[in-house]
Design a protein around this ligand. Sequence first.
Ligand SMILES: [Zn+2]
Ligand SMILES: [Zn+2]
Ligand SMILES: [Zn+2]
Length: 262
Amino acid sequence: MKLTFLGTGTSCGVPTIGCQCYTCTSPDSHDKRLRCSALIETEQTRLLIDCGPDFRQQIMSQPFRKIDGILITHAHYDHMGGMDDIRPYCQFGEINVYADPIARKNMLEMLPYCFAENRYPGVPAIQLHEIHKHESFCIGDLDIIPLEVMHHDLPILGYRITPHTSQPSSHSSLVYITDMKTINEEEIQYVQACDTLIVNALRQQPHHSHQTLAEAVSFAQRIGARKTWLIHSSHHIGRHAEVNASLPSNIQMAYDGQVVSL
Ligand SMILES: [Zn+2]
Ligand SMILES: [Zn+2]
Ligand SMILES: [Zn+2]
């Protein structure tokens, strides 16, 4: 199983429009962060997690082949705003999109023309699946268990993804969590004992709906994955190289385009 970080930035991306701060003016390409999304691939299966407004730009650098499913974490624009741009992938068939009831409702409102009786030719062909926390499902050769985290007072989904060849409880799992502020104790069992944890770290200063860097590190240490990658960062966090030098070697900021193998 291979994961490609298509985007690792917060909702406005980095650099931030109009900003001349130390991070936004960095010459390092690791400090250019598109909106959060990831591609997960095995020999057989290709999944996209979230489809934000940078999707078109992000997917252009990837081979053009079928996407077997899109896992939506929540209904915010930075995670769903690129859905209309999946159109070219509909030549491989309907796109299966997985969302919780809140995100599903939002998608119906955002893209009513995709779900109308008489659809305009060429609109995205979406098969929308309603999913619920802790109810596992399969896409190709991947087992997926949605888990719930809190984005301030909004319950949203994280995902535990395991290849069929392994047990869901096994250490070959990947857990992807974005936009978390807190997590209920009962959810921890769905995160624990994973090989790779991906979790959000916005910045050093507190925020009402996102984890700070310190909160993310403390969560990562509690889970104890072999490797934790931090995502959904804002320009306030500082430069990639400097932040990573200050972090433990098994908990590091990810960057756009980075590929990790499990
Ligand atoms: Zn977000
Ligand atoms: Zn800035
Ligand atoms: Zn959000």
